[in-house]
Design a protein around this ligand. Structure first.
Ligand code: FAD
Length: 335
């Protein structure tokens, strides 16, 4: 079940191709032909030859799950890592459903999981509910996390592994001016010294990883190209305790043209409230209408609820066409 909900969620629809394209916005040396692959391995570690007598320096822009994990991996590999996140208490709009395999693969502690969903209902346009969680084995569940909790946990772990976490807004970067010159990142730094006002700063690094989400500035900088996207809308609703009992370990997915012509509406349980949302690629301007319909479908079960937060965000349908730039020794990679 986890694979059904999350596979469709992460990109709303499966991407048709996931090819590995190089992009060149500066005068660059061409990389040798690469096989189609999702990942890119940076071959550097504790025992790698130093770049000009020092460790490789990498900036990771964006401290969501992708950036936090990348920063942790790099710093564990002996790379001098800087993780730049504009808002350390950021609460990314997200249903927060994670598959069980993520708990193991990312070695997540169980106490950051608010709810363990073991029951899932798919609800038809005529409101007939089908239980679709029955294929779960006794130990299996879909984890529900709050992104503010997950993201800050991953960033703290990166920091504990040696990454420097910078509270800053990445603005732009200058390309290397020569074969051994660095990228120069410009950002507004927020820390106690600047009293929250922010101060323009620069950072010199050998490589940059853009993990700054759907509206990535790093992607714009490297001319990564556009993508089709879905718009997702979600309301966090605090419902009375007796209603919350129903959603204790249960998630609902609503289908039908009223809630979305190409996706589904959902009610996901959180620690002390539910997240009600929907998404669409094909009818973006109607998203609020679909959201209202999702709320109406769940009406009886969320009666008396109070909306405590409204969130909307694009979700890329597939990776951007151009995902890395190679400049002599240096590399920008967009996750
Ligand atoms: C409404 C909604 C519901 C969703 N529900 C689910 C779900 O239930 N399960 C699931 O698996 N996925 C879900 N998704 C998708 C999921 O949220 C994304 O796939 C995931 O957040 C991508 O992670 P990321 O680290 O790549 O980027 P993000 O999570 O977007 O993180 C990017 C980070 O970069 C920071 N940043 C951006 N610009 C800058 C800058 N200039 N300088 C510094 N920092 C910057 C941001 O503050 C943010 O912390 C949902 C998405 C939406 C919109």
């Amino acid at each position: 079940m986890a694979s059904i909900s999350l596979k469709t969620f992460v990109g709303l629809r499966q991407s048709s191709s996931d090819t590995y394209n190089s992009g060149h916005v500066f005068p660059v040396k061409h990389l040798p032909a690469q096989p189609a692959s999702r990942g890119l391995r940076i071959i550097a570690g504790k025992f790698s030859p130093k770049v000009a007598g020092r460790n490789l320096r990498v900036a990771v822009v964006g401290g969501g799950p992708a950036g936090g994990s990348a920063a942790e991996t790099l710093s564990k590999g002996g790379i001098e890592t800087f993780l730049i996140e504009r808002k350390l208490d950021n609460c990314k709009p997200c249903g927060g459903a994670i598959p069980l395999c993520m708990v193991g693969e990312f070695d997540l502690p169980l106490d950051i999981i608010d709810r363990r969903v073991t029951k899932m209902k798919m609800i038809s346009p005529s409101n007939v509910a089908v239980d679709i969680g029955q294929t779960l084995k006794p130990h299996e569940y879909i984890g529900m996390v709050r992104r503010e909790v997950l993201d800050s946990y991953l960033r703290e772990r990166a920091s504990a592994s040696g990454a420097t976490v910078i509270n800053g807004l990445f603005l732009k970067m200058d390309a290397p001016k020569g074969p051994t010159a660095p990228y120069v990142l410009h950002y507004t730094g927020y820390d106690s010294k600047t009293g929250g006002v922010g101060e323009r700063r620069t950072l010199e690094v050998d490589a940059v990883i853009g993990a700054d989400g759907a509206n990535s500035r790093v992607a714009k900088f490297i001319g990564a190209g556009d993508y089709d996207y879905a718009i997702a809308f979600q309301e966090r609703i605090k419902i009375p305790d007796d209603k919350m009992v129903y959603y204790e370990n249960l998630a609902e997915m609503y289908v039908g043209d009223d809630v979305s012509p190409d996706f589904y509406g959902w009610v996901f349980p959180k620690c002390d409230h539910v997240a009600v949302g929907t998404g669409t690629v094909t009818h973006k301007s109607d998203i609020k209408k679909f959201q209202l319909a999702t709320r109406l479908r769940a009406k009886e079960k969320i009666l008396g609820g109070k909306i405590i937060r409204v969130e909307a965000h694009p979700i890329p349908e597939h990776p951007r066409p151009r995902r890395f730039v190679y400049n002599g020794n240096y590399l920008i990679y967009h996750l």
